[in-house]
Design a protein. Sequence first.
Length: 290
Amino acid sequence: MTIRTITLNDGTAIPWLAFGTGTALYGKNAAEPIRVAIENGITHLDGAQAYNNEDSIGAGVKASGKPRSELFIVTKLKALGPGQTVKQALEESLTKLAVDYVDLFLIHSPHPANQQGKLKDLWKAMEGVKKEGLVKSIGVSNFRVEDLKDILEIAEVVPAVNQIELHPYVWKAAEPIVKFSKEKGIVIASYGGQTPVARVPGGPVDEVLVRIRERIQTTYGQSVTHGQILSKWLIQKDIIVVTTTSKVSRMKEFLATEAVPDLTAEEIQKIEEAGGKLHKRIFMRQVFGE
């Protein structure tokens, strides 16, 4: 099974589905879940220094036996320690991951650099590690429009990706970020996309998902989950989906989402209208002043 890819602004092809090693795997040994994800066809692996498990990602990759060239490995830069450089922090990650390069390296959060007036310097350092070949692509995470504008003033390399929390209950707040990013050629990656079913059950989106599910199952002739509908909503916006699960059945469910028939324009609108009735940000609230 070949997973659909999205082309980044530097020409790199990135699989639409990523296996995340935060949330449920935060600070935990991710080796076995990573091996199982790879075995089931998920080759885009999303890690971060702050998750404190990069070494176990490396172990999972090794255990899978999958060639490095067939994997897409992501990690994220956490706030630098005193006197630490971006290159030093990245080299520590490469050692833990047991790889010579990562495919995508993101600034995990604009904080605290944006508060210290150091975001531009941080981005120049990111460009530096890309020039040295330690990373294939560079990008950001949890960046607001003002943070993106800040680095774009001096950027020689436009960020390839902006990874943000994205689901119907933050869509109203996130839409300007999505729109601005796309205008600048920055692909959006989403995390927390299953929030309406996993963290906020009983919300206004539920009723819409039930109706869409009934419509699709009638025409598709196969079972469809609310989670797949939420992922489809993202896929149809050309957004990368980062998700975490330890269950093989859920991995297969996510992979099968690509084959689920498209949502109609009216269904997409109804999801967004229902999502707009409730604002519920789960992660990085401090960055967004919440």
